[in-house]
Each structure stands twice: as C-alpha cells, then as structure tokens.
Design a protein around this ligand. Structure first.
Ligand code: C2G
Length: 451
C-alpha cells in the first residue's frame, strides 16, 4: 500500500485545491492531508485566511479523496509526520518546486502541476470569493509580486500582459500563469489588475482597466500629473471601483506603528521630517538610462514623500528641488524641500549617490529615528532631550512586504474600507502633483503623449 501525504491551508476551497487532492490520491492508495492551523499560517506569513480550521478541514473531507486528516502546527512537522505515518510520497503543488527537496531524504517527493485557472462551474460559488489577478508588466517588481500574492488568501494571480509576446510568455511560463499580448482578452480573463509596467504607461493601463470594470492596484508613482490622478480617482469612484497606489511602506505594520507613535503626542508636535532613500544602480539600468522618466526622484521619491504627506497632510505651501545630474541629464541625486503649514520636510533620493538612508521625525518634545531600510519598517527609536531615555519599538516585516498592500487592496474590494486611511486618494493625488512639479523643474514631459 502506497501512503501519500500533502499539506495546505485550503482556504476558500477552490478548484486548484480539488485537483491537487484528486491527483495526490491517485499517486497511491492512502492519502493523508495536513491542514495548517491559523497560528502556523500566521507564523509562516500567510495573510487573510478567511475560513476557520473546522471549515477548511470540512472542505478537504468533502472531496472524498482523503483517508485521514491531520493538523499542521509547526515548521518542522513534515519530516516527523513522514516517519510517524510511514509515508512513501510527499506531494505538493508546483508553486513549491524545490522548496521541499530536503524531504527526499525521507520519501519520494512529487510536485504536481499547479492549476492555472481556478474557476469552474462546479465550484462557482466558492470561486466568487477569489479575486483573479492579472499582472501588467513582467519586470523585477512583477516577479516579486507573484510569490507575495500567493501568501494572501482570497487572490489568485492567473494572467500576465505584456505587449511583447515573448516577454509575457517567458514570465507566464516561470509562474505557471497565462500570457496575453492582447489587452482586451487579458482584461476579460481577470477581476483585478496589478500594474508594474514603466511609470509613463500607468495612466493608459489604469484607464483601460477601469473602463473594463476592473479594480486596479498600481505601482508607485501611479501617475506623474495631478490632474490625471484626480481624473482617475473620480472615474474609479463613479464606477464603484477601487484604485489603489502601491507604495508598500504605507501598508506595512511597522510603518503603521511608527505613524501611530509619531501622532500620539510622545514627541510633541511634529515640526520637521527628513527622509532619505538611496540605491546605487548600474548606469545601464532602466532607471539611469531612460532619459524621460528615469532618475532618482521618479524612482524613489514616492517612498520619501510618504512620511511627510502622512504626517503633515496633503497641502503644502512650497516645494523646491535641488538636483545633481549625470551626463544624460538624469537626476542621480535629488533633494526636495517642502514647506507645510505645520513644519518642514526634506526628501533626498539617490540612484548614483550613496547616503545613509534614514528617516527622522522631529517634534517639540523629542524625535524618532528609523535607519535604512526604513521603507520596510521593522525597528525604530524615540529619543528625548534626556539622551539617556530611548524608547524602542519593533514590528515584523515579511518577505518583500507586498503582501500587506495586496491584503489591504483585497479588503477594500470586499467592502472593508478600514485600510483606506493608509494612503488616501488625496495623498496619492498630492504626490502626483509633486512628481509633476519635479518633471517641470527638469523640463521633462510628465505624460507620454496625450492622456
Ligand atoms: N494549489 C494548486 N493550484 C492552485 C492553488 C493551489 O495546485 N491554483 C495547491 C498548492 O500548491 C498546495 C495546495 O493546493 O499544494 C494547497 O494550497 P494552499 O492552501 O495555498 O496551501 P499552501 O500555502 O500551498 O501550503 O505546509 C503547507 C504547505 O507548504 C502548502
């Protein structure tokens, strides 16, 4: 008798789960399924699990493929289960290829093809709850997005669009999703769109997606013109769609905690913010070779503006730019100085100059410091006039951190507006306005053609 084991959360049970269990059972005679506990899912960084453990167990049981169900509670449990239950085959979906090769010392390991498209008539009711994501763009950030999206229950990334068919296909093959170079067909296939294409293409892609009735999560900077941000948000609102700018810092728990402490009065009234982000790039990189839309400020400015806009508000009295340019005329280092009614902010970004990359929030009673990478906030300190007193705070930041914005985006789609305050339409619009002023300062076009 061949004994098989597999594990999973099996939240919002869908066809991908069903087919996995069906094929797992077919690998042998006796199938054991380990269903994860909420605590274990939290530990391994899976967000937003909706169904309770008894519901998830019941859905696994109902398939009729399973001979025995156990609970997966801890990290190292798989190896001991294999020995305890005399397992011959360990199996899991191909999205985990390589991750469980260490189990080969104990039994056979089989990665079963992941199900690309989880919709089916049979499971239509359940599938309604799962948002099918389509990704526009197939570059670095899109590659980071997919594994992060797998850690948010309630979404399934199923399609990629790139006008260059080959790039779309390469990306689709890597992530076991469908490739499109036809925008209409792509938008037909998905419920929501994640945009990770070059900055100047965002506007047209957001517009097309909203026109097709799709919710949109767009990478920063969403657009480089205030009027365009206003128009897009107004249109999304009219169509009752969510349009969401993905500045990951805004949604991560550490930054949320930081804002909470900063606003709590602990450091008195905030009067000065200094945010710096530098990341050295190769001269040949898109960021340093795209003469129109590249450079430090369009690339990193959104992160640095975020704390200032969050803490001082969207209305500023003045913004000035000082820029160091390379031979292409692109800003390799930019300092933006902003005056708000309540205080001052300086924002420094560099792709060709390295600096300490710190965030400082100064108030009338003390100050907060967050060292780089403060944009993935995990630890910060509060200092006072009495230098011997330092309050220390820490928080988790999991993986690449995109899972937090995906979770909040999903919550908004599902009608839970609690996340809206994390980055409001007004704040996103103000940032687009600052980007527009920067582009004008650099005498570069903010828009790619007519929009
Ligand atoms: N799966 C699939 N096709 C999909 C989605 C999921 O084949 N479209 C598979 C996964 O690869 C996994 C199983 O269904 O084998 C359960 O998926 P999840 O509930 O998402 O659980 P997961 O996080 O993959 O946990 O210890 C837990 C295991 O590591 C797997």
């Amino acid at each position: 008798m061949t004994r098989v084991i597999t594990y999973g959360t099996f939240d919002l049970f869908h066809e991908g789960h069903y087919r996995l269990l069906q094929r797992a059972k077919a690998l042998g005679d006796y199938l054991i399924v380990g269903v994860t506990t909420d605590k274990y899912d939290m530990e391994r960084g899976k967000l937003n699990v909706v169904d309770s453990l008894p519901e998830r167990i019941e859905n696994v049981r109902k398939t009729g493929f399973v001979d025995e169900i156990i609970i997966e509670e801890t990290q190292g449990q798989k190896v001991s289960d294999v020995q305890k239950y005399h397992i011959d085959i360990f199996t899991v979906g191909s999205d985990w290829i390589g991750a469980f090769d260490y189990m080969k010392d104990y039994c056979r390991v089989v990665y079963l093809d992941r199900t690309k498209n989880i919709s089916s008539t049979m499971l239509r009711e359940q599938n309604k709850k799962i948002q099918k994501i389509g990704v526009i763009g197939s570059g670095r950030i899109a590659n980071r997005f997919i594994p992060e999206s797998k850690l948010v229950s309630g979404v399934s990334t199923q399609a990629v669009y790139n006008p260059h068919r080959e790039s779309a296909e390469r990306f689709a093959e890597k992530w076991e999703i469908d490739a499109y170079d036809d925008m209409d067909a792509f938008l037909e296939a998905v419920d929501v769109v994640y945009i990770a294409s070059p900055h100047e293409t965002h506007y047209e892609y957001i517009k097309a997606s909203l026109e097709h009735g799709k919710h949109v999560l767009c990478e920063k900077p969403m657009v480089l013109e205030q009027k365009k941000a206003e128009a897009l948000f107004a249109y999304a609102k009219e169509r009752k769609l969510i349009l969401f700018e993905g500045i990951k810092t805004a949604y991560c728990p550490g930054f949320e905690k930081l804002l909470g402490i900063a606003c709590s009065g602990t450091i008195g009234s905030i009067r000065y913010i200094d945010a710096c982000f530098t990341k050295l790039e190769e001269k040949t990189s898109r960021e340093l070779s795209d003469k129109k839309y590249g450079g430090s400020f369009t690339e990193l400015g959104s992160y640095c503006l975020l704390p200032a806009i969050k803490l001082f508000g969207s209305t500023y009295e003045d913004v000035r730019f000082d820029v160091v340019r390379d031979e292409n005329g692109l800003d390799i280092f930019t300092k933006a100085s902003l005056a708000f009614p309540r205080g001052l902010a300086t924002v420094t970004c560099g792709l060709g100059v390295k600096a300490e990359g710190r965030l400082l929030i100064a108030g009338t009673k003390g100050y907060i410091t967050v060292e780089a990478p403060w944009w993935k906030t995990t630890y910060f300190e509060v200092h006072y006039e009495d230098a011997s007193r330092v309050d220390k705070y820490s928080e988790r930041f999991l993986g690449d951190g995109l899972r937090y914005e995906i979770r909040d985006f999903l919550n908004m789609i599902n009608g839970n507006n609690k996340s809206e305050f994390k980055l409001t339409r007004g704040e996103s619009t103000a940032m687009a306005g600052i980007m527009e002023k920067f582009m004008a300062h650099e005498k570069r076009p903010a828009a790619n053609g007519e929009g």
